[in-house]
Design a protein around this ligand. Structure first.
Ligand SMILES: NC(=O)c1ccc[n+]([C@@H]2O[C@H](COP(=O)([O-])OP(=O)(O)OC[C@H]3O[C@@H](n4cnc5c(N)ncnc54)[C@H](OP(=O)(O)O)[C@@H]3O)[C@@H](O)[C@H]2O)c1
Length: 438
């Protein structure tokens, strides 16, 4: 049986699992692909790590440059991470006639358009199933399974660390810091948690999903990104009372008439009845709505060596089978003529919490300011207090424009009875998605 000859650079968490699982699943994959998948060469900075993983000395290459120039290799797997050397490595590999598989979401979010164009110009493939939602075959589903659909919207819980933290804060009333400490002890959060909790990792994946869903690579800096580091347990409590749960979501939505795409990342209230809201712990889930299929839901482990290696092996299998040599949706670097809808123009429902002095007429004054901008209130919670004391006032708003809500809040914050800046959270009504796109 002939073989797909693979060179792999980086044998850390994901690389070690790819090495291990290709050993255990090698026969199965060969039978299914009609070709053996063989890792011929490995380059890993830390040789001892490679040795411990069982890589024979004869297969180790000190310098990745030597590996990517090896004419006997068909494909290079980049698993070192980062955006500097990794970009150079991918370009060099493609220039030397290799296909490339990567899990590097940070790099793709930054340079995906250029790198996919670079690959297409050379007639090579750059595959990255493992870059979003770990083991869930989401990119394959967007590229192939949903090919007959216009993607109307996509809502994704695609950062396991954030979902773990929000789940722990909701179910056990932990503070953000308590939940973070626990997540670090369990290995669910990095020593430096910023990339995850500030929403950047989710934004990286939102950019990649936009490329797959719409053929459009938004500029990362233009994707509105809010994290969960300032989430107050008080809002989780009131959200529960109102029948919602808070999730960090990547949201994409198309507006075909205006040629715009929404791409944003922020904590979002979801109705408790919706399946996405019951996704707990480190799991990922993505709801994709297509115009033909309706709503679909993908669920599974979004990170970790084994789930991520499953996605890397899927890309390798697709190269072994020589499937779709001409990329069917994006990854060609082609930029479709779409624009990103400015955040100020999005329509959403909102949860707003004010801290107000408990006086008669405060609510009426606030309602008047909202009404002057055509923003209507759908419900209110105001815990009982004593006259003159400060109390939280929680208001749910019907669908309104972001700019109007922001402006109303800034005006309300100037009232003498309002004591702190408003807490504002967006609410997505997934059951009412029909007819949202325009
Ligand atoms: N871990 C996950 O669950 C997960 C999930 C989805 C996607 N990803 C992506 O997968 C990629 C790899 O992640 P990971 O968690 O496996 O990272 P990791 O554990 O840090 O592994 C990276 C490995 O590459 C080595 N390396 C760095 N530069 C190198 C070079 N120039 N030549 C040879 N080896 C080099 C590192 O060695 P040193 O440690 O000595 O520097 C390390 O052993 C990243 O792009 C990440 O975003 C990871």
């Amino acid at each position: 049986m002939n073989a797909l000859r693979i060179g792999m650079v980086g044998l850390g968490t994901v690389g070690t699992s790819v090495w291990k699982n290709l050993r255990s699943q090698g026969e199965l994959l060969a039978a299914r692909c009609g070709k053996a998948l063989r890792i011929e060469k490995v380059s890993e900075k830390n040789r001892e790590r490679a040795r411990l993983a069982g890589v024979p000395e004869a297969q180790m290459v000190d310098d990745w440059r030597e590996l990517v120039r090896d004419p006997s290799l068909d494909v290079v797997v980049e698993l070192i991470g980062g955006t500097g050397v990794a970009a150079e490595l991918i370009r060099e590999s493609l220039s030397h006639g290799k296909d490339v598989v990567t899990a590097n979401k940070a790099l793709l979010a930054e340079q995906g358009r250029e790198l996919t164009a670079f690959a297409a110009e050379r007639g090579k493939r750059l595959l990255f199933e493992a870059s979003v939602a770990g083991g869930i075959p989401l990119l394959l589903a967007l590229r192939e399974g949903l090919i007959a659909n216009e993607i109307l919207s996509l809502h994704g819980i695609i950062n396991g660390t954030c979902n773990y933290l929000l789940s722990a804060m909701t179910s056990r009333a932990l503070s953000f810091q308590e939940a973070l400490r626990e997540a670090k002890e369990l290995g669910y959060a990095e020593a430096d948690e910023t990339l995850d909790v500030a929403g950047h990792d989710t934004a990286h994946k939102a950019v990649i999903l936009s490329a797959l869903a719409y053929g459009f690579w938004p500029a990362l800096y233009e994707v509105h990104t809010e994290g969960i580091q300032n989430v107050d347990p008080l809002d989780l409590h009131f959200a529960q009372e109102l029948g919602y749960r808070l999730k960090l979501l990547a949201i994409l939505r198309s507006h075909p008439k205006s040629g715009e795409i929404e791409a944003r990342v922020h904590p979002t209230l979801l109705r408790k009845g919706h399946l996405l809201s019951s996704v707990r712990g480190v799991f990922n889930a993505v709801a994709v709505r297509g115009d033909v299929v309706g709503e679909t839901l993908f669920y599974g482990r979004g990170a970790g060596g084994d789930p991520t290696s499953s996605a890397v092996l899927s890309d390798l299998a697709s190269l072994a089978r020589r499937e779709t040599t001409a990329p069917s949706m994006v990854p060609s670097g082609r930029q479709v003529a779409l624009t990103l809808r400015p955040m100020a123009e999005i329509l959403s429902r909102y949860y707003v919490r004010f801290l107000v002095e408990d006086h008669p007429g405060v609510l009426a004054e606030i309602a008047r300011i909202f009404a002057a901008r055509n923003i209507s209130i759908s419900s209110v919670i105001q815990p009982e207090g004593h006259r003159g004391q400060t109390v939280p006032l929680i208001i749910l708003l019907h669908q309104s424009q972001e700019a109007d809500v922001q402006e109303a809040c800034r005006i309300i914050e100037t009232l003498p009875t309002v004591k702190r800046p408003a807490i504002l959270l967006r609410v997505e009504d997934l059951d009412g998605e029909e007819g949202r796109s325009s």
